[in-house]
Design a protein. Structure first.
Length: 155
């Protein structure tokens, strides 16, 4: 699959009971990179932040469309999350993430979970993956607070 703005993530399977909702303690606000999703109250480790959703498309269709909000799935599929109702699309990349995506492969659904307790005022972020970072973030200088170096495990 082309490196055209795709996110990669950990694979898990306990998203079955999760709904397409957004955590009550989050709000879209201005961030260092445009808009971002911020905690407006505490969020506990393991809490569901929300679902990354949109039209499910093939890898070939994702390559044809291109775009900023394509989330790569297993089995050569992707979510086109361009709709503004997809609040999870505002979660920016972080080299030191406080969230992580979780895919239910069978249902082609992705939920974003809190990796740790998150304090009020923190911007939410997850690691978009090395390929995305090298291709799209590093050339523009990463603005997540890493100083442009990327995650320590990639250095």
């Amino acid at each position: 699959m082309a490196a055209n703005l795709r996110h990669r993530f950990a694979r898990h399977s306990h998203t079955d009971a999760m709904k397409r909702t957004i955590h009550r303690n989050v709000k879209v606000k201005r961030a260092a990179h445009g808009l971002g999703l911020f905690a407006i109250g505490p969020i506990k480790k393991g809490a569901v932040i929300g679902e990354y959703w949109g039209e499910i498309i093939t890898e070939a269709e994702a390559d044809r469309r291109g775009g900023k909000y394509l989330f790569e799935l297993e089995n050569q599929m992707a979510i086109d999350g361009k709709t503004r109702q997809n609040i999870a699309r505002y979660i920016n990349h972080s080299c030191n993430p406080n969230c992580e995506p979780e895919e239910n492969v069978e249902k082609k659904r992705v939920h974003i979970l809190a990796r740790r307790n998150i304090r009020e005022g923190e911007e939410l972020g997850y690691n978009y993956g090395k390929e995305y970072w090298v291709t799209h973030i590093k050339p523009l200088k990463c603005r997540c607070g890493c100083g442009g170096r990327g995650p320590a495990r990639w250095r």
